[in-house]
Design a binder for this molecule. Structure first.
Ligand SMILES: *[C@@H]1O[C@H](CO)[C@@H](O)[C@H](O)[C@H]1NC(C)=O
Ligand SMILES: *[C@@H]1O[C@H](CO)[C@@H](O)[C@H](O)[C@H]1NC(C)=O
Length: 653
């Protein structure tokens, strides 16, 4: 426990950020989260949650840089700034505070405000006023006497801002102090906007204390407070620095970090700003793409099984065998690990572990390792897309004709190929990479750059470490066959060969099958079987299968189809933005966020790529529900386009 605990909280500032950001935790109290974490007996599960959070979401270097910038601003501020938690325990004072008040940080941090000596010059009767003001979450501002360490009283203009955390509770108080003799600064502070300004002449530190509440009413045991401090301190700093800085610091702190974050945050609300810290545009990553994510430490090869999937996650996967399965529910429920969870379930349904003679723990590590190498910063090509393609693949594999054609090794290859088929996708197209002269384009001679990379990297990740090597116990020849099939399928997702693959499928499979049916009715079982199961045709079926799974978005129920359309458009917009920034050729000029008609782009995509391919696939595999959705969705986009709308949805009536 101790080992896990220490390791996890080693980067607690990052966890805290992740925690506040993720919807699944929104509204929870970080204290209870910490306690839940601490109390969870399955420490491996916890560790893994955290690890995955970091891999999936937290871009450590990026955030540390942003935090450093903010800290620098705070440390340089000429105003004395003091931050306490909701129990009035001092968590931070800046250097200006130290020099004005004569204390060292170390003498104050961890102390309750009531323990710090106060000046007798303040009238005590405003205490309740101020307390009731700030406890309601309102800001208080006024003049008071503070007592320096040497006993002198100094008159200061002080502003106390309660900081509201997730769930609407007050989490901290930020006090900003200015000696009153500094006229400029007083003017600054007085002209700054504030909500509930009251003047008084009280020692702020006595007013902000709990007073008569007493320690018996504390919400947390001392143990819990220790935890909460450990966990909260970094985020306290970030949130409060932002607030304090925005309110009154002469230093343009927000400006300082926003270029790095690539966002313009106008709204000073804490959540938005923390959100801003977390928002990373496509292309911004801690790890240069093309490099392998360090594989999971060996102690993470967890003996967890399907049975350990949290019930609320399991619930979102109950109907995963249906085409109308809503993957976005899973995405929301599972802390951005849809691929791991759905993979576990689907692979188990198809008996993949048995086929590979691999323990489920290895499969789990493998899924995690693969998922960690998808970029969660891509708006489309992240592990949700991989999970979606895996889902479509598993659905197609259950169709009668497909089952007749494929053997189990083909099914296993298809499921694995779907899982890895876009791993480490940089959120840019092949043409972009070639134009930009990227390392990968150079490595792969501008040919099937991404697809080659996905296939190669998938095997590197898998075979580097026995803990996640799902192929380890396979017989050599069988492995070679499987590997060949996986590579072939991943490469088949390359769109330059789209028409070639579809045509081959139609000519070698659909036409001969149709001819047989016309001639001899259903009679000639043997000939049908011959067509379906010849090695060459099995390859064509698998290619067609993964291609259709890969671009099946327009055949999904309308709401899902719309969500995917929004994501792919955003990813393309981001590429166009970058092409313009870098003066590269704009590969897809219609995907300009200022001018693009999303309905038109969807209509063209369906017309050009989808209709014929799914006609052929439907003729083979019999997919009336998909064709119905495709029809509906097409009409939906047409409808928007006829109304000359460019957006994903019609405006509200
Ligand atoms: C994929 O990107 C979308 C944004 O388009 C995001 O909401 C989602 O959480 C991402 N999924 C994963 C698993 O990173
Ligand atoms: C790229 O082209 C060079 C020169 O033709 C060749 O030697 C090399 O094998 C090619 N690499 C790949 C990955 O195709």
């Amino acid at each position: 426990w101790a080992h896990t605990h220490i390791q996890c909280w080693h980067t607690h500032s990052l966890w805290a950020l992740v925690y506040t950001q993720h919807p699944i935790w929104a509204g929870y109290d970080i204290h209870s989260w910490a306690l839940r974490y601490v109390e969870n007996t399955n420490t491996m599960a916890c560790y893994n949650e955290l690890l995955q959070l970091e891999r999936g979401e937290v871009l450590a270097q990026f955030k540390l840089r942003a935090c450093n910038a903010i800290f620098t601003a705070l440390e340089q501020s000429q105003e004395a700034i003091e931050i306490t938690n909701e129990d009035q325990v001092i968590q931070y004072v800046n250097p200006a505070y130290e020099s004005i008040m004569g204390y060292q940080q170390g003498e104050l941090i961890g102390k309750e405000i009531t323990e710090v000596p106060k000046s007798e010059k303040n009238k005590p009767d405003l205490l309740e006023t101020i307390n009731s003001c700030i406890r309601k979450g309102k800001e208080w501002q006024g003049i008071y006497y503070a007592k320096k360490k040497n006993g002198d009283s100094v008159q200061q203009n002080v502003k106390i801002t309660p900081v509201i955390g997730q769930g609407g509770k007050i989490r901290h108080y930020v006090s900003i102090h200015r000696p009153l003799h500094d006229q400029n600064k007083v003017r600054d502070i007085q002209s700054s906007k504030h909500k509930d300004r009251r003047k008084g002449s009280l020692d702020v530190r006595s007013t902000t204390s709990r007073g008569s509440d007493g320690s018996s009413q504390r919400r947390h045991s001392s143990m819990a407070r220790i935890h909460s401090m450990t966990i909260e301190a970094p985020i306290t700093k970030v949130i409060n620095i932002i607030n304090a800085a925005q309110e009154s610091s002469p230093m343009p702190v927000a400006e300082l970090y926003s270029p790095q974050l690539g966002t313009k945050e106008e709204d000073p609300h804490t959540n938005d700003l923390v959100g801003g810290l977390m928002t990373v545009k496509v292309g911004g990553r801690g790890r240069p793409w093309g490099s392998i994510d360090p594989h999971l430490p060996s102690h993470l090869a967890m003996p967890l099984s399907l049975n350990d999937i949290p019930p609320h996650v399991a619930q979102t996967m109950e109907n995963e065998d249906s085409w109308d399965f809503d993957i976005f529910n899973l995405e929301t429920a599972c802390l951005k690990r849809p691929l791991t969870y759905l993979g576990l379930k689907i692979f188990s349904r198809f008996g993949v572990c048995e086929f590979l003679s691999c323990p489920e723990a290895t499969l789990r590590s493998w899924l995690q390792g693969i998922e960690a190498n998808y970029h969660s910063t891509n708006s489309y090509h992240n592990s949700s897309h991989a999970a979606d393609v895996l889902h479509a693949t598993s659905y197609f594999l259950c169709k009668e004709r497909v089952k007749q054609s494929l053997e189990q090794i083909d099914e296993v290859a298809a499921l694995i190929a779907a899982t890895v088929h876009d791993v480490d996708h940089p959120g840019r197209t092949n043409s972009f990479l070639c134009n930009a002269g990227s390392e990968l384009a150079i490595l792969y001679n501008d040919t099937a750059v991404l697809e080659s990379h996905h296939a190669a990297l998938a095997f590197q990740i898998t075979t580097r470490d026995d803990k996640c090597n799902i192929f380890k116990n396979m017989e050599r020849n069988e492995y070679r066959t499987l590997r060949q099939a996986i590579i072939d399928m991943v490469l088949a997702t390359e769109m330059t060969k789209h028409f070639e693959h579809v045509n081959k499928f139609v000519n070698s499979i659909n036409k001969p099958l149709a001819a047989l049916e016309e001639n001899g009715g259903i009679g000639d079982e043997e000939s049908v079987k011959g067509i379906l199961t010849s090695p060459d045709n099995r390859i064509l079926v698998k290619r067609m299968l993964i291609k259709c799974a890969d671009i099946s978005n327009p055949c999904r129920p309308l709401e899902l189809c719309i969500e995917w359309a929004g994501r792919i458009s955003e990813e393309y917009f981001a590429q166009t933005d970058e092409e313009k920034r870098q003066s590269l050729p704009v590969v897809m000029p219609v995907f300009d966020r200022n001018t693009c008609s999303i309905p038109k782009s969807q209509i063209s995509f369906i017309d050009y790529f989808i209709t014929d391919m799914f006609d052929a696939w439907d003729a083979f595999a019999d997919l009336p529900n998909l064709m119905q959705h495709l029809d509906n969705n097409f009409k939906y986009w047409k409808g928007l386009d006829e109304r000359k709308l460019h957006s994903l949805r019609p405006p509200p009536e």
